[in-house]
Design a binder for this molecule. Structure first.
Ligand SMILES: NC(=O)c1ccc[n+]([C@@H]2O[C@H](COP(=O)([O-])OP(=O)(O)OC[C@H]3O[C@@H](n4cnc5c(N)ncnc54)[C@H](O)[C@@H]3O)[C@@H](O)[C@H]2O)c1
Length: 286
């Protein structure tokens, strides 16, 4: 099936980024769906801001900007996606939300349409089992910020077909990304490696091995990471990091994934990183 129209479910941080690359780099018609106008408008305005920035730097003409925005159709009704040729779900990271969304997508979408999920940690196989088309369900894990980050982790569920995998990889390339194959396992490849490293950095802080600055400087200057693990945790969101560590811990039932008590304490305090102005570092204006 030729992919002309892509639907994106969820217009938050990731959804709006995916809509932007689908409408600009891949030149597809895009349906941007969320549960209420305010969320769709917020995501759409984030794209306008990004494109304005590109236009002000001379990387885009005003006509090109208008053309890209003209390809995006706002939606708050799942029925609007009935003619879509490919769906990427980027809604809130809650298993029950996603299972319901995939049941609705399965009922609404045409036969043969691939349903991809951008989940960071939930099992693709379980999400696929909520539908009558598990061979057409796949993980398409983009990275934040979507217009900038090159990787798409493409995750096969137990029933995902080879054709679904190949079509998804081709589409990721059309989005200007590099697809990398992973199999369905908690945290996939990216978060299986990244989150325990961040968690260990938090343990090092908790046990007084070094200060926040020392821990981040060691990893930046000594191991060539562009950003220290604590600064990166603040960027991702400490609640998101805790949630993924809890998925790893409960799924593997292995103490090596035990979330650091200090991470839990920060989340309990509402210190979630950049988004709340405070995490391991302070982002509030003095
Ligand atoms: N933020 C990241 O760095 C990141 C990176 C990779 C993957 N992800 C994954 O992407 C997904 C979205 O994350 P986000 O950071 O964009 O979250 P977000 O909170 O910014 O946005 C989620 C959006 O989904 C909407 N939504 C909830 N239920 C819906 C429904 N039934 N139908 C349509 N929209 C619905 C919400 O209203 C919200 O606007 C999650 O699965 C997350 O794990 C996030």
């Amino acid at each position: 099936m030729e992919i002309k129209t892509c639907a994106v479910i969820g217009a938050g941080t990731m959804g709006s980024g995916i809509v932007q690359v689908a409408a600009s780099t891949a030149c597809l018609d895009v349906i941007m769906n969320d549960i209420a106008d305010e969320f769709v408008d917020k995501g759409f305005n984030a794209i306008v801001k990004n494109l304005d920035r590109l236009a002000s730097r001379g990387k885009l003409t005003v006509a090109q900007k208008d053309e890209i925005l003209g390809r995006i159709k706002k939606s708050t009704n799942i029925e609007d996606i009935k003619d879509a040729d490919f769906v990427v779900e980027a809604a809130t990271e809650k298993l029950d939300f996603k299972l319901n969304i995939f049941k609705d997508l399965d009922k609404t979408c045409k036969t043969g349409v691939i349903l991809a999920t951008n989940t960071s940690s939930l099992p693709i196989t379980k999400i696929a089992a909520a539908t009558e088309r598990p061979e057409l369900v796949i993980g398409m894990h983009f990275f934040n910020p979507v217009p900038v980050m090159k990787l798409v982790e493409v995750i096969n569920g137990m029933a995902t077909s080879k054709e679904t995998f190949e079509t998804t990889c081709k589409l990721a390339e059309q989005f200007g990304k590099t697809p990398v194959e992973a199999n369905d396992s908690p945290g996939f490849i990216s978060n299986r490696i990244l989150m325990p490293m961040i968690n260990e950095a938090i343990y090092a802080l908790y046990e007084g091995v070094g200060t926040e600055e020392a821990i981040d400087n060691v990893m930046k200057l000594g191991t060539n990471h562009p950003m220290g693990p604590l600064e990166l945790a603040d960027l991702i969101g400490l609640d998101v990091c805790l949630n993924i560590m809890e998925v790893l811990y409960s799924s593997f039932n292995d103490s090596k994934y035990r979330p650091c008590p200090l991470l839990k304490k920060y989340v309990d305090a509402g210190y979630l990183g950049r988004k709340t102005g405070k995490g391991f570092f302070n982002y509030r204006r003095k």
